[in-house]
Design a protein around this ligand. Structure first.
Ligand code: NAP
Length: 254
């Protein structure tokens, strides 16, 4: 999902424009074919032709890679299968009272205003859902395992079984390993890593039972390149990536 593309010049926006123009195989292939059968008049023409070949190969490779990634991540099934009905899906988004979680919620509702969205956060809502949409808000401290148990029971009985879980809530205390208190480290690991694990334990069984659902875990580049002062945060994001990969085909069934 492309986030925050409306907030000015972003990497997302640049890559989208490149994909639709220079690296679009549907444009690059016919143009390359035309130039392949033309006689080069100037040396510039030969250079342009070479550039077109390069764009064709790169664009096609990226498209095939994207297609293979999508199918493999989706267990080689269609994500837009007929049994996927956004008007009936129940989407739980943690940390959705603001930030990235709110953006995900708003984009899901923009796609289909009848999707049921459940926001779980300990911060109050910072955005107002549009009239006619159904957005439930549950206040919960996700660093507390027994609160998660109570929350899950409440969501199931009051809203229904979730079919999409977006583990987005996360925090970062920003202290060095030596400076950070026990409380900082515990809060970070419980919120960023243990809560997603427990929420999946709560909601996955029903998704498996009906063979229908999505689990989305929000990671971070810091899991690959951990900057100073956020060792605990980076470790939780590396952990969430490992946790997420258990759902990929070829690994043990969750
Ligand atoms: N923003 C980035 O540049 C970036 C980059 C890479 C990854 N991410 C990841 O993307 C996700 C969302 O980031 P964001 O920037 O949107 O963060 P955000 O604006 O701070 O939103 C996160 C929300 O989660 C809530 N939260 C934190 N701890 C909680 C807990 N124990 N129980 C319940 N709610 C809790 C926060 O409440 P409070 O505001 O009260 O703390 C906040 O409302 C996070 O997982 C983050 O690690 C963000």
């Amino acid at each position: 999902m492309t986030l925050r593309s409306r907030e000015g010049l972003t990497v997302d926006l640049v890559s989208r424009v490149l994909k639709q123009t220079a690296l679009n195989p549907w444009l690059a292939i016919p143009l390359s074919a035309c130039t392949a059968f033309s006689v080069p008049i100037t040396s510039d023409f030969a250079r342009v032709r070479l550039l077109l070949y390069f764009c064709t190969i790169l664009g096609t490779t990226l498209r095939v890679n994207e297609w293979l990634n999508k199918w493999s991540m989706n267990n080689w099934t269609r994500s837009d299968s007929p049994d996927w009905n956004w008007a009936k899906e129940v989407v739980v988004i943690t940390g959705g009272s603001g930030g990235i979680g709110a953006s995900i919620a708003q984009q899901i509702l923009a796609r289909n205003s009848r999707t049921t969205v459940v926001i779980v956060d300990y911060a109050p809502m910072t955005w107002t859902p549009k009239p006619g949409t159904y957005v439930a808000y549950y206040q919960c401290d996700l660093s507390n395992g027994s609160s998660i148990k109570t929350l899950a029971t409440q969501i199931r009985s009051e809203v229904g079984h979730p079919t999409v879980l977006v583990n987005n809530a996360g925090l970062c205390r920003g202290a060095t390993v030596m400076e950070g208190s026990y409380a900082d480290v515990e809060l970070t690991i419980k919120t960023n890593l243990i809560a997603p694990f427990l929420l999946v334990k709560e909601f996955l069984p029903h998704m498996v039972k009906i063979d229908h659902g999505h689990i989305v875990n929000i990671g971070s580049a810091s899991s690959l390149f951990p900057p100073a002062r956020i060792a605990d945060y980076a470790a939780t994001k590396a952990g969430i990536t490992a946790f997420h990969e258990v759902f990929l085909p070829g690994t043990d069934a969750p």
